[in-house]
Ligand binder design. Sequence first.
Ligand code: NDP
Length: 444
Amino acid sequence: MGYVNEVFDKVVRENPNEPEFHQAVKEVFSTIEPIVSKNEKLYKEAGLLERIVEPERIVSFRVPWVDDKNQVHVNKGYRIQFNSAIGPYKGGIRLHPSVNQGILKFLGFEQIFKNALTGLPMGGAKGGSNFDPKGKSDNEVMRFCQSFMNELYKYIGKDTDIPAGDIGTGGREIGYMFGQYKKLTGLYEGVLTGKGLTYGGSLARPEATGFGVGYMAAEILNGVGSDVSGKRVGISGSGNVAIYCAKKFEELGAKVVTVSDSNGYVYDENGINVDVVKDIKEVKRGRIKDYLNYVKTAKYVENEKPWVETLDIAAPCATQNEVDEKYAKLMVKNGVKLVVEGANMPLNIDAINVMKENKVLYMPGKAANAGGVSVSGLEMSQNSLRLSWTFEEVDNRLKDIMINIYKQVTETAEEFGLKGDFVAGANIAGFKKVATAMLAQGIC
Ligand code: NDP
């Protein structure tokens, strides 16, 4: 572990106050030793690990905007262009009060390997702001997005860096950002993905991340001679990923019994009604406890997470580190046999260890939630071709990509004598592709 540990220590030393970034590097570095030790001399001479943990570029900027009462507010804006070895930078924009440089570096770092797993030519990036769209009027959100783009447009483009959505950035925000990019540059180009259908968006993009999680779960269970049908599924979050993850699990014959937000969770023994969740979250922009106004028999538990319920499958789809050791142990105790991550890094390292110790099937986010960026890649292809594919065509490609990711993950794990270790399989497969491209391109 010499070289890997050396570089990890340097990351911690040189990037203080970025615990999420340290955690993401640790998670990857703790599993790539088998491939690093085979190529240690080559990698060391090329400073490969030192380069892979250092973003190619970080842009940080002021985002001033005026609220509906004419009061000026100032937020911090960022774009982390992490790695362009296998394609132009690609990764979402997060709008949430918790956003800081360290969180975006963790997300950008994860994105490098996720994008590599998709098989599409996309480098890793992430961006965002500590702006909170919750409780803001449409006009306030628009003014923020325009101000954000007033700076960001200088650094992005259809062949250089193509941002997308993430927490707090949905179709509305992407629309405002796209409009401002067009106004500033005079270019009508596929510079953002997750666009609306009338201006270059792809069918099945809103569904892609959640559907991909469902397809991945089906593949994993198929691999152990089981299936999704009839299983009790717990989902956390009630945003874009959670909603379409619930829909896909339902289509596959499972019963989704929970969804949540940062205030609490809803339990519905009859199966969560996805249309109700969509209405609350996408139309009314309300809170998940409002579910009880529609379904009187459901239960709402304030300040608690879904993992206290009896479940077969857990799909955390809210945010990073939402599952710690305590909740991981509860999941195991309550019958969870499979964890598929819709969110990025929802399990902390102690929670991952609980899954390993208890032989719970565990697919990390960089593989399980790669469906979103995959269909973003397909949106870029359609924009370049000036064509729109049908829902079925995009959905079929998405399914094939998820199956292929599962194959890469499992075959790579086997190749390195780590059968069943999906974390190692995903990290090594993604890393290998990026490392090979970086070595071929010289020191840059
Ligand atoms: P949304 O903004 O649509 O929804 C986020 C959901 O998570 C909301 O229900 C929100 O509740 C909850 N949440 C956010 N922060 C917290 C927190 N600190 N504690 C508890 N709950 C929280 O985001 P997405 O659905 O797009 O993203 C969810 C996760 O999936 C993120 O980790 C994201 O990085 C990841 N992801 C998203 C992709 C995409 O295509 N959108 C692609 C791949 C990964 P509340 O309203 O209370 O904040």
